[in-house]
Design a protein around this ligand. Sequence first.
Ligand SMILES: [Mn+2]
Length: 317
Amino acid sequence: MPVSCPPAVYEVALIGVPTDIGASVRGASMGPDALRVAGISLALAAQDLMVHDVGNLAGPGNPESVAQDGYRHLPEVIAWNHLVFDAVLSELQAQRLPILMGGDHCIAIGSISAVAQHCANTGKKLRVIWLDAHADANTAQLTPTGNMHGMPVACLFGQGPSALTHMAGNAPALQVEQFVQIGLRSVDQDEKRMVRTLGYQAFDMRAIDEQGMREVMRQALAGLDADTHLHLSLDVDFLDPDIAPGVGTPVRGGPNFREAQLCMEMIADSGRLASLDIAELNPACDVRSTTALLVVDLLGSLFGKSTLIHGADQDYP
Ligand SMILES: [Mn+2]
């Protein structure tokens, strides 16, 4: 008997979620096709992944209506998240790594609820790394706009409409020790209090400035083991707008190209990535696909483009 077998061929499922239902600026609905045009399938196949593009989910259009009771487009947000929940859960059950191509970031509610349910079903531990310029921890009471792409984190921690907080059955979908947020640099005063109240680990840009991306990622990835399901939720506005202009809510002062690559490489080295959201890529704001191409390049690193140089399963003492 060999001591260790080579891993089975890794299968990934690309799931398009063409909606901007939760966003302030329209255009993220074109994100899935922008990623396809930028070569996401080939880039993943080049990392020896078997890629299944399952196409786009079909949900309600954007009525462009005003907020009601603190929420914009709540029925549509619920409808899209149900579609996402079912699609992600079924790919996980089929042993494929789901890559959700958003779409605005409200779709992470359905995605991460499905991942949490899958982990509960299979006895896996869960770690969620959330890369974002914003905390996305608003509630109907705190939000200045009602835009629900600013609320998924609050919903995942049980604060929000029950149709969204209870997607995985019980609420909250996440426990604080399962969640870490990195890249914050635009958080409202009330939202800051919410982040503190929720109590999860959050690394803002100052933490990255002072400690460096390597140390921040080392802490974010600490304690993962063979039983851990690692989910990455990548809001493209995590990246500095100088390198990633194609987002609806850019905030200057984000990670640069090398910091972003290191972040992806360290996640790859953990060997635990099991599901992924890509959110807020907005082709209407992009410049000649710069941002879509950058995201595809980062995905290469996320799936091990540089592991021959560095070595897989690297520990970061
Ligand atoms: Mn976000």
